[in-house]
Design a protein around this ligand. Structure first.
Ligand SMILES: [Ca+2]
Ligand SMILES: [Ca+2]
Ligand SMILES: [Ca+2]
Length: 484
């Protein structure tokens, strides 16, 4: 290049910069920082747009410091040397709290099977969390997060997405390295998981709860837990218990969605040491999940103290359509237990089977007998259940006597279970929904009649039913009647 060419090049370059308004610094640009070292050094000059320690390497710590210092949303990717698992072991201080919007993308690491970047707190003294999201709209994906004595991930902001992580275990390491809590959520409208296998977190082996929402206060609303395995191995075939429950929604949370209406957002919440799900909050929806089964829905990985425990608030478990039905099976204990005198829980069209105790227990002390005119107060108003007096497999006609409050509308849902699988108490559980009847009681609180089921059932199968009142409060299952 001669001098004239150089001069012409400089003039053209300056013109282009002037015309396009390219920034002369990185103050508002979206910057991608590439982590190339598993070491821990600090960024030498946060805010200069460059991730570099004084020695010139880009560590995760330096990258977060740089991204926090740069205004605007930034991305951190990984290009760590070598193949296989990469362990970032934090020993000096916890990683910086994420305070500016960040896409932290562990799936970007070449030459590995996601997740392959371990964020380990095993060598860090004190009570610490792995990643703390203080800002909104962050994405964290593709990490193995283990050995943090407090939270694996703490979400204090809103609108964050956490996907494709293993939280609480490292399946390649023979020594289990739990976190205290897998994920704690204190903000709103966060998404844990998503639709499909690529978004799935496996949240298992943590010392306490897999996902705890509003455990330490706050008023988080609208959080979504979708498509995860919680309490199982990464292939969903065996238990890898969280030491307490899989998911706990504390009372100051609201409108939490666990699952949804498609197979892709189904959570498998199984194998936990307490219940699969505990909720004390208003507006909890539990839909389309497998609770106590393996990921195939074809065998047992039961939760040790029952499937679901509702201690207060109101919840929808199921929803009246096939797509929102949960499978609640193989749990040691109740399928769903409801305590707390103000609890209001709608449970329609779920599949309950092979739980060791009642499918649904209002009051958590066994079957609650029907009372005349149903005035009793308690969980779900101790809603009376229907009494089936006959069930004819040939005609699908089921005869019912139902006594509850006078002059009120109810939805009666009918279920079949294979022969001899009703609970030993005979107040059992229903595996397959076979139909619904909308009925209204008379002035004496009585409705009696026959219902023709939508789906057939076999001679000898156990037929049972629930009643749901106009406020959406569902009864226990009535006594099983063997079909003739
Ligand atoms: Ca820097
Ligand atoms: Ca930033
Ligand atoms: Ca009652």
């Amino acid at each position: 290049m001669n001098k004239i060419h150089i001069l012409r090049f400089l003039v053209v370059t300056m013109l282009v910069l002037a015309l396009t308004g390219l920034p002369t610094n990185h103050a508002s640009a979206s910057t991608t920082l590439v982590v190339r070292s598993v070491n821990e050094g600090n960024d030498a000059n946060p805010g200069d747009g460059v991730c570099a320690t004084s020695g010139g390497s880009c560590t995760l710590r330096a990258a977060i410091q740089e991204a926090n210092a740069l205004a605007g949303d930034d991305t951190i990717t990984f290009n760590l040397p070598g193949a296989g698992i990469h362990v970032i072991s934090i020993t000096s201080d916890p990683l910086p709290i994420i305070t500016d919007t960040l896409n932290l993308d562990g799936t970007s690491q070449p030459n590995c099977t996601v997740p392959c970047i371990v964020l380990s707190g095993a060598n860090l003294a004190g009570s610490n969390s792995g990643l703390v999201l203080a800002s909104d709209n962050n994405i964290v994906k593709g990490f193995i997060i283990t050995s943090w004595s407090f939270d694996g991930i703490a979400i204090n902001g809103n609108g964050n997405a956490v996907q494709a992580n293993h939280i609480g275990f490292w399946s390649g390491n023979p020594t289990l390295l739990p976190n205290g809590y897998g994920i704690e959520i204190r903000g709103s409208n966060n998404l844990i998981g998503g639709s499909g296998a690529a978004a799935r977190n496996v949240i298992s082996g943590n010392t306490y709860t897999g996902i705890a929402i509003a455990r330490s206060g706050g008023t988080p609303s609208g959080n979504m837990i979708q498509g995860n395995y919680i309490g199982t191995t990464e292939d969903g075939t065996a238990p890898l218990a969280n030491g307490e429950s899989g998911v706990v929604v504390y009372l100051s949370a609201s409108n939490t969605l666990i699952g949804g209406g498609t197979a892709g957002v189904r959570n498998v919440i199984s194998g936990n040491n307490w219940e699969g799900i505990d909720s004390a909050a208003p507006g909890t929806r539990i839909q389309g999940n497998y609770i106590g089964t393996n990921a195939a829905g074809a065998g047992g990985v039961g939760n040790a103290l029952g499937g679901i425990l509702i201690v207060a608030g109101n919840a929808i478990i199921g929803g009246g359509a096939a797509a929102t039905s949960n499978v609640i099976a193989y749990n040691n204990g109740k399928g769903v237990a409801i305590v707390g005198n103000t609890s209001r829980v709608n449970m329609r069209r779920n599949s309950f089977y092979s739980n060791s105790a009642l499918g649904i227990d209002l009051g958590n002390f066994g079957m609650t007998p029907n009372d005349p005119l149903d005035p009793d107060n308690g969980p779900n108003g101790y809603q009376n259940f229907p009494v089936i007096t006959s069930a004819a497999s040939g005609t699908r006609v089921i005869a019912v006597t139902f006594r509850s409050k006078a002059g009120q509308p109810y939805k009666l849902d009918f279920y079949s279970s294979p022969a001899h699988t009703c609970d030993p108490s005979n107040y059992g559980e229903g595996k397959k929904w076979i139909g619904t009847a909308n009925v209204t009681t008379n002035v004496n609180g009585l409705w009696t009649g026959t219902v023709t089921a939508s789906f057939g059932f076999l001679y000898g199968e156990a037929i049972t039913a629930t009643a749901t009142d106009g406020a959406g409060r569902t009864s226990e299952f009535g006594a099983c009647r063997n079909a003739r």
